[in-house]
Ligand binder design. Structure first.
Ligand code: IPD
Ligand code: CA
Ligand code: CA
Ligand code: CA
Length: 259
């Protein structure tokens, strides 16, 4: 895709995100309708659904021939990475949204034939929008993202998934112990922003395409590594334990995982 076309799409998506954020903020103090999905810790609210409908509507109007993969099911059934695919997580960190009204993100990604073109991760309350892609670079609220330092695990904080720590999956306790400390934020988007901004040296969680699709494009463009937990290439349609880290920390963590 031509750079000018990408920049035009980038401007359009940012417009949707600002509108989407304003819609969420307008309703943030209203009583939420909360439903459980697979368990009592797996929630969806009326705002998740409304926001996905809003974003899917905008994408359909703008790019009618593309496929859309949305967490709450208002998009399409996507089985192949052929052509353009938009991936939407309308509220990432729904539990945080319900219990804290804080620490949640809105995420959008655009792929073409499996290649990431543009990614967007917005911390709604913290007011950070990380955006961009391989052809235009990564931006933090419109400013070029500073080079992320290649910090090793032992010199940084690591973002982990609560359940994976509780079950000590993949030697998660050792990973935490070899770092300077672990953080459990409860939103993949917030963790991804933290890694991009150099506040965390890495992040590990079981993730689905809408959790990592946008972050992967930004992180790879920024020189970070995002793979499966055993270092394999991440397929954009897969659901798997994901390891995101600086190059050094990625190597450190793979060594611990394989012990
Ligand atoms: C979840 C959050 C959480 C992560 C889960 C995700 P959701 O997303 O990002 O931090 O550990 O794997 O499913 O369901 O709140 O959009
Ligand atoms: Ca969910
Ligand atoms: Ca999510
Ligand atoms: Ca979600």
């Amino acid at each position: 895709m031509e750079i000018n076309e990408l920049k035009q799409i980038d401007k359009t998506v940012k417009g949707w995100l600002h509108e989407s954020r304003d819609n969420v903020l307008r309703k943030i103090d209203t009583r939420l309708e909360v439903d459980t999905k697979t368990s009592r810790r797996d929630l969806v609210t009326n705002i998740d659904k409304q926001n996905e409908k809003f974003l899917v509507g905008k994408i359909r109007e703008f790019d009618p021939n593309a496929q859309i993969l949305g967490e709450e099911g208002f998009g399409d059934q996507v089985h192949s990475t052929e052509g353009r695919i938009w991936i939407v997580d309308p509220i990432d960190g729904t539990m945080n949204f319900v219990k804290q009204r804080n620490h949640f993100a809105i995420m959008i990604a655009l792929y073409e034939d499996g290649k990431g073109l543009l990614g967007y991760v917005m911390d709604v309350i913290g007011k950070h929008l990380l955006s961009g892609g391989p052809d235009i670079g990564v931006f933090d609220n419109g400013h070029p993202l500073p080079q992320v330092k290649d910090t090793p695990l032992r010199e940084g904080l690591i973002g982990l998934s609560g359940p994976m720590v509780l079950h000590n999956d993949y030697n998660m306790v050792d990973i935490a112990q070899q770092s300077l400390g672990m953080r459990i934020y409860g939103s993949a988007g917030i963790d991804i922003i933290s890694v991009l901004r150099g506040e965390l040296v890495g992040y590990i969680s079981y993730l689905k395409p809408w959790d990592f699709g946008a972050g992967r494009i930004l992180c790879e463009t920024a020189g970070l590594k995002m793979t499966t937990i055993d270092g394999q290439r991440l397929d954009v349609l897969s659901s798997t334990p994901v390891l995101l880290a600086t190059r050094n920390a990625h190597q450190d963590i793979l060594t611990i995982v394989s012990q």
